[in-house]
Design a protein around this ligand. Structure first.
Ligand code: TYC
Length: 101
């Protein structure tokens, strides 16, 4: 057999793409009660009391805090739902999203 002949090589690796992830960001304000922020974080982001309190206090002290990372649709839906929940109670609490690098 002629060993110098090259076998055709077919790349069989699946060309899968990782989904682009987006951060949900909690923004501080001067009016929303701390306990209400904790309630929203627990309800929409399934956080424990401790986790929710840490995220709330970080946003309170630093101005913003990353809540979690999701695919774009999920991040936008959760940020909108959480913001709307606050609006329905008359609070200016705001959740935004931004793409992760
Ligand atoms: N700063 C608010 C207060 O002192 C509490 C608060 C924390 C509001 C985090 C928004 O994202 C926030 N009542």
């Amino acid at each position: 057999m002629d060993e110098t002949r090259l076998k055709p090589r077919v790349d069989t690796r699946p060309k899968v793409q990782r989904p682009h992830l987006h951060k949900v960001i909690l923004i501080n304000d001067d009016f929303t009660p701390r306990e209400f922020v904790v309630v929203i974080l627990k309800a929409e982001f399934r956080m424990s009391e401790d986790e929710a309190h840490k995220v709330m206090i970080t946003a309170h002290r630093r101005g913003v805090c990353v809540v979690a990372v999701f695919t774009r649709d999920v991040a936008e839906t959760k940020a909108t739902r959480a913001t709307d929940m606050a609006r329905s109670k008359g609070y200016p609490l705001l959740f935004t999203t931004e793409p992760e690098e």
